[in-house]
Design a protein around this ligand. Structure first.
Ligand SMILES: [Zn+2]
Length: 252
């Protein structure tokens, strides 16, 4: 789980306004539809490309919870991802707080995380939200284990309870995908370390061959990134590597 800033989306204002207009029209229906018979579910604008496409782009085509890449189903010409309501749309809290048609309440999610999370919502024990910078600052990715752990300095009982609820209970699939994440990250590590090794060699002896090897590995890394799952994690790993090793490796 890595922080995604919804406000950075270029068309942020337009999307927020589009949803606000829609909300005005559809919310009265949401407020009454549960009591009406037969039930007729009001319009779900989140199934429309106008919402799905921007959200998918923002999350780099990966599930906001577990990081798995949601590839296109070529037969159906559709991406597997779903627009997940962080506060479930069926919950009275979402209805009272206008969160059914609300950009800030949407997470790009894989079907299994969406199902796992279900209709869980508890204001006292909130799940970690990938669009909340503070939540994301409590955890780090442990590359040896392949899972997300709480930072050692976090001793607040409430945060520990929320962490357990999120990663051990509700979204336990996040941990099941540990091995896949480890494999992906190990591969990224190989590229990063090769680049650094050849950069150091080139610094010492200005041999053309080292430059060729630097570029070869950079291209391999970019190609790998384009195809890989866990793009948000890879991005963060490269940033961290650059910071620690004083390199300047880019993914584009
Ligand atoms: Zn997922």
């Amino acid at each position: 789980m890595h922080f995604v800033d919804k406000k950075t989306y270029p068309e942020y204002t337009e999307i927020v306004e589009l949803l606000a207009d829609f909300s005005k029209k559809e919310m009265p229906k949401w407020r009454t539809y549960k009591n009406k018979k037969p039930r007729r579910t009001p319009n779900g604008l989140w199934t429309d490309a106008k919402i799905r496409e921007p959200l998918r782009n923002l999350f780099l085509e990966c599930c906001g919870y577990c990081g798995e890449r949601l590839y296109k189903n070529e037969k159906e010409n559709k991406y597997r991802g779903q627009v997940e309501h962080f506060v479930p749309k069926s919950n009275q809290y979402a209805i009272d707080n206008d969160l059914v048609y609300n950009w800030d309440n949407y997470i790009w999610s894989c079907p299994s995380c969406n199902t796992d999370k279900g209709t869980y919502f508890d204001l006292d024990v909130m799940l970690f939200n990938p669009c909340d910078a503070t939540d994301c600052s409590y955890i780090f990715f442990n590359a040896d284990k392949g899972n997300y752990q709480l930072k050692k300095e976090i001793i607040d009982k409430k945060i520990i309870e929320r962490y357990k609820k999120t990663f051990d209970e509700k979204l336990s699939l996040i941990n099941e995908k540990m091995d896949n994440r480890k494999i992906t990250l190990n591969q990224v590590d190989v590229f990063l370390n090769s680049i650094k090794k050849f950069q150091n060699l080139y610094k010492k002896r200005k041999v053309e061959k080292f430059l060729t090897n630097i570029n070869k590995n950079k291209n391999k890394l970019i190609e790998y990134y384009k195809q890989a799952s866990y793009k948000l994690l890879i991005k963060e790993t490269v940033l961290e590597f650059n910071k620690k090793q004083k390199t300047n490796i880019s993914l584009i």
